[in-house]
Design a protein around this ligand. Structure first.
Ligand code: URA
Length: 209
């Protein structure tokens, strides 16, 4: 699918299967989410631009590769996005973090924004938006609308699971933002949950209902 990358690394797929199981505990789910997010982060950053700097090893001088440009921003869509943050920050500890609070109205499934915090110069940075579930697409679309209002032009969206309906709506709204996911599942049910999915990601990671 155009603009959508499915991360089919065997470790990602194996961990995802355990996360999907209804008997996986809250602690197990959280640990796996942290592990899997590190692997997803590795994949979503694999083509970052590089430059070189002159360094001195104990042996000699050399031109060594380093990341080009300003530090990345990870933008977490609250609250479930935070579950992906920790593992990503393990891998890129110098990244800046933005939080975007949008919740789904359970009647209309529309995204309602209640919180937004971002680095001052976010428009000059690559922003990786994270949310485990791309379901209706409404929250992701609303978060990206908000980031674009702040002048952000360079974005990627990273999730664990995506529904075909969500991907379609997302790509229609933001064709310039590539999507990375570990799986494209079958469909959304009438309540807006991904099937087969893994249930409510926030509830599963925090032990709420
Ligand atoms: N959000 C979730 O946590 N799970 C879904 O299946 C859909 C949206």
């Amino acid at each position: 699918m155009d603009g959508v990358t499915v991360i089919d690394h065997p470790l990602v797929q194996h961990k995802l299967t355990i996360m999907r199981k209804k008997e996986t505990s809250t602690a197990g789910f959280r640990r796996l989410l942290r592990e899997i997010s590190t692997l997803l982060c590795y994949e979503v950053t694999r083509d970052l631009e590089m430059t070189h700097e002159t360094i001195e090893t104990p042996m000699t001088k050399m031109e060594a590769p380093i990341l080009e440009g300003k530090k990345l921003v990870f933008a977490s869509i609250l609250r479930a996005g935070n579950g992906l943050l920790e593992g990503m920050l393990d891998l890129v500890p110098s990244a800046r973090v933005s939080h975007v609070g949008v919740y789904r109205d359970h009647e209309t499934l529309e995204a309602i924004e209640y919180f937004f915090k971002a680095p001052e110069d976010i428009a000059e940075r690559l922003v990786i938006i994270v949310d485990p579930m791309l379901a209706t697409g409404n929250s992701a679309i609303a978060a990206i609308d908000r980031l674009k209002e702040r002048g952000v032009t360079n974005m990627r969206f990273l999730c664990l699971l995506a529904a075909p309906e969500g991907i379609k709506k997302f790509r229609e709204s933001h064709p310039d933002v590539p999507v990375y996911t570990a799986s494209i599942d079958s469909h959304l049910n009438e309540k807006g949950y991904i099937v087969p999915g893994l249930g409510d990601a926030g509830d599963r990671m925090y032990g709420t209902k």
